[in-house]
Design a protein around this ligand. Structure first.
Ligand SMILES: C[S@@+](CC[C@H](N)C(=O)[O-])C[C@H]1O[C@@H](n2cnc3c(N)ncnc32)[C@H](O)[C@@H]1O
Length: 409
């Protein structure tokens, strides 16, 4: 577990001190090539670019392009993400301009430490140094062959157990798609890690875990790669698969991972939940999972829907006869409309929500994933979007809304 070593003077002390120390550490890490990640977040209200075009968050990772180290910035603006590459000097200059001015929060990940800089209007700045959470060197590949979080050629016990890898770490020809899916999922989890508590045990629930390939992958990422303490629960209705998964977890010695038989709707977590994952849970089971996660004020939610029969039954062909008159188009439209309405409801409930691609379309048309992060303050602009979308779709009721209304107070 990390230990916190405050670097900063007492609150109300020298505001520049903490900021300057952070920038000095960033400069040093950039100079020796040991800046493994940087996240700028919590935009300061009233800055230029407020509104639709405002950059809400910048996530930086090192990449190598034509043999040169540079830094890829992923800038989030609303529901979109824009990428650009900068050299070390430019990155330092830009960070110097924006830390404390445009962003009230900055996280730096280096080989030797994690640094967390926080600005609080009244109390000035606070800098905390913690043990490095990124124990492995970052993947630098950018425009070359894709490197994976679980790379081919490195033996991995759970990948072997689920039949994706040989004992030597080679990916079996017939399991390439599963190998890519597992790695893609882990990239999506990595993206939300900076939003989760930086120390202490992480409490994660995988609703509708099924055979739990992705639950084991999640455990591997958090526990073996990031060295976090975890309490991960895989929940499923099917006693047989739960028993098998529990046996595998015990055989592999997966500390902090357990499986339970149960219905999402009635599950009680017994404590705060940091991350809820629900992947391909059928029809309204995804809504039940989202409702639980929202009700617990879970920090981050990753939800990939499965079949979406409810919406298909609600949509009247009269709304868009040229599209909904075709059975297959109606089915696909219903899936998109379900994702959009769930995203709007998550936004209204106080979650910054994106819809991203999960896996290649060649494997399944159900390749979208909702990524939702709890905002510090709800976005007032999200208040009317749900009703507007329902009016446009010509529907009155929707499971997720009903389930949210039924949550215990
Ligand atoms: C298609 S599988 C997905 C398995 C896994 N999450 C994945 O993506 O590979 C859906 C799983 O959700 C489970 N499930 C469906 N409704 C559920 C509910 N209400 N409570 C718990 N599990 C549920 C099913 O039993 C099934 O194992």
């Amino acid at each position: 577990m990390s230990t916190e070593v405050p670097l900063q003077r007492p609150l109300g002390g020298n505001r520049l001190g903490a900021r300057e120390q952070f920038l000095a550490e960033l400069g040093k890490a950039l100079q020796v090539g040991e800046c493994w990640g940087l996240v700028l977040s919590q935009p300061v209200p009233g800055q230029a670019g407020d509104g639709a075009l405002r950059v809400e968050k910048v996530t930086v990772r090192p990449v190598e392009i034509s043999g040169q180290r540079c830094y890829q910035l992923a800038e989030r603006r609303g529901k979109q993400e824009f990428h650009r590459n900068l050299g070390a000097d430019e990155l330092l200059r830009r960070t110097t301009e924006e830390v404390g001015a445009a962003f009230a929060q900055a996280d730096l990940y280096t080989r030797s430490a994690d640094l967390y800089l926080r600005f609080n209007g009244r109390n000035g700045a606070h800098l905390a140094r913690k043990k490095p959470s990124r124990s492995a060197a970052p993947v630098l590949a950018h425009d070359r062959r894709k490197r994976y979080i679980i790379p081919e050629g490195e033996p991995c016990a759970f990948m072997q157990e689920i039949g994706v890898m040989t004992p030597a770490g080679q990916v079996k020809a017939a399991r390439q798609a599963k190998f890519r899916q597992v790695n893609r999922f882990l990239e999506l989890v990595e993206d939300v890690l900076p939003e989760l508590p930086p120390d202490g045990s992480l409490h994660v629930i995988d609703f509708g875990c099924g055979k739990s390939y992705l639950t084991f992958a999640l455990h591997h990422l958090l526990r073996n790669i990031h060295r976090r303490e975890v309490e991960i629960v895989g929940l499923d209705l099917k006693a047989g698969v739960v028993r098998d998964c529990q046996r595998i977890a015990e055989r592999l010695g997966c500390t902090g991972l357990r499986f339970e038989v149960g219905d999402i709707a009635g599950y009680a977590p017994g404590g705060a939940v940091d991350l809820v994952v629900t992947l391909h849970a059928c029809d309204t089971a995804s809504d039940a999972a989202l409702a639980r996660a929202i009700g617990w004020q879970t920090r981050a939610i990753l939800a990939a829907p499965c079949c979406q029969h409810e919406m298909a039954g609600l949509l009247s062909t009269d709304v868009l006869p040229g599209i909904l008159g075709f059975g297959i188009l109606k089915e696909r439209f219903a899936a998109l409309a379900t994702d959009a309405l769930r995203a709007a409801i998550l936004e209204r409930a106080g979650y910054q929500t994106q819809i991203v691609e999960f896996i290649d379309l060649e494997h399944t048309p159900k390749n979208l994933l909702l990524r939702a992060i709890r905002r510090a303050q709800p976005d007032p602009a999200a208040a009317d979007a749900v009703e507007l979308l329902k009016r446009q779709l010509g529907i009155r009721e929707f499971s997720l809304e009903r389930l949210l209304q039924d949550l215990p107070a």
